[in-house]
Design a protein around this ligand. Sequence first.
Ligand code: XIL
Length: 393
Amino acid sequence: MRRRQILAAGAVATTMAAVAPAASAAPGGGRGPTQPPGDGTTKPPGLAKKDNLAFAAGSTLKIGCAVAGGGHHTDQDYPDPFTSDEPYREVLAAEFTSLSAENQMKWDHLRPAPDVYAFEDADAIMDFAEANGQVVRGHTLMWHNQNPAWLVEGDYSPEQLREILKDHITTVVSRYAGRMQQWDVVNEIFDDDAQLRLEGNIWFRELGTEIIADCFRWAHEADPEALLFFNDYNVDGINPKSDAYYTLIQDLLADGVPIHGFSTQGHLSIRYGFPGDLAENLQRFADLGLQTAITELDVRMDLPEGGEPTQAQLEQQADYYRRVVEAALAVDGCESLTLWGVLDKYSWVPGTFPGEGAATVLWDDFTRKPAYFAVQDALAEASGRAGHPALRR
Ligand code: XIL
């Protein structure tokens, strides 16, 4: 049954593109003017099936996507995307070899009450991924955001909080032991001034920063196979914040803490320059013996009046996406690159950065932006599949 869903995926995108009326040939309204003719829409089924990012990537790296649900989605007027949007599910199954839980494995989702673990949505992602031959990145075990009210407003002693955190990490990681490729163990522990969030992070405030090592140790005990990561934003290039991680991680590794990876989220905007030292930055963590990953890539832009990106913006966006893929491919041990969403209608960007948007690689009707082709081409170049008939346009 699941298998049939995968096979149908190419067909859905194909049909939707094929029937898009010429009148909608504007950015955001359907096939953009840069969409080359014959982008797989006229290929025989066997080839169209391979006209995706997963095939282009081959064995170079896992190309992933966040699974939309929870978080900002709960305030929108559409139903839960992952469990109700079948064409979207088919795209997730066909295009990607890795999935991340956008919100479904965060505390506010998993822990509605102190004694309750609500695993249904997280399990559904894991089951879907396994049915489609995909790996999963778990996100996230310790963070200052999206914690439930009972926790942040609760009157717990430090000893109790430590027990709560240990129980959470042990229970959640054990549940997926042997099935989870990577976990973002601690998320965003440094602020924008490269200081540990001693006040803003409940765990640091109540338990001190030694808790970082405990989180990794508990997670490793619960699943010795999962690769355990630090994850943060604005650590794409070499800067004070990524320097802070570089120092902290060396100290923890020297203490024997089981840390396996450092990942940068990759929430970029064409408003800012491209982090040209991305590969160099990842490489220095690789040189410490770590894996690296790009975990939440999106490239947003200031939308002109009317909300439609200009051609120049789309091209600049495509260039950013391409350069991120090339940087990931250039670093040994960077084996996972995840897009933080694939459709703008489900993206967190418009709600978080007013006036900005269009950050993903597909239009809402599943047709492809220049950014999609940039990612596909960069992957295919590296995998040796460039020029494959399935990817010809
Ligand atoms: C975002 C989700 O995309 C939203 O749905 C939610 O409302 C807020 O969180 N860094 C992270 C992610 O580590 O978990 C965040 O995801 C985006 C920034």
